[in-house]
Ligand binder design. Sequence first.
Ligand SMILES: [Zn+2]
Length: 270
Amino acid sequence: MEQLKNLKGIEFLTAPGIEMTGLVVHAFLTRLGGVSPGVFSSLNFSEKGGDSKENVGKNCEILAETFNIDPTRLFTVNQVHGDRVLVIKENPGRFFQANKSDYDAIITNRRGIVVGVLTADCLPIMILDPRKKVVGIVHAGWRGTSLKIVLKTVMEIAGTFESLPQDLLVGLGPAIGDCCYEVDRSVKSHFDTYQAGVRHFMNSGKKQKWLLNLGLLNREQLLEAGILKKNIYFVDICTSCNDNLFFSHRRDAGNTGRQLSFIGLKFDCR
Ligand SMILES: [Zn+2]
């Protein structure tokens, strides 16, 4: 896969428009380059599936060293497939430790803070305002997408930091593609006002099944939010199709790890 980059054994993807600014450290990590064994092999960032705390901790160390991140300033949240956006304006410290529950997006204008989401099929989305110097990260599965979490995150960035949507650069990372993401009517009904992202599943043996395209749906919301088409980059690689590169909840029936996507303003960005 030609977009793949390698840094000290960690394989990852970037969003070229965001990378070109030179303002941030960011990556959509693959599963390659860590220490976890078996179904968590190898760069897993979640203990929820049963991987050990030691392995996940070691993977965090590898990440911090490879990308020159302060591990105490890497923030993730307890993701719940909702639409709440955590805003980090002050030095997070202990406040953050007590309030990291039940969010699916994080935005900040603090230099040196890295924000991340964990996924295994859901769509990770990163946002940068190179003018106001603000970053955001979003976790969008079908529920979050139906709640328009990315649209709400853009509105929160605009409201909190006075960003203009036309200034924002956005990267949509690897997620389960419409090659593999079959859903039933109960899921589809949440998108009945949408057209672009859901196309009918033509196989006659699969009545009442549809294929969901998370990337297209979120792209539509970004355009609705005022993001310019040229500022949206979509990796468009299926996590379920690429066993060698990505954890996939659907493919592995839940018995799998989580890959990390992250973005943070560099300390010295101007
Ligand atoms: Zn696929």
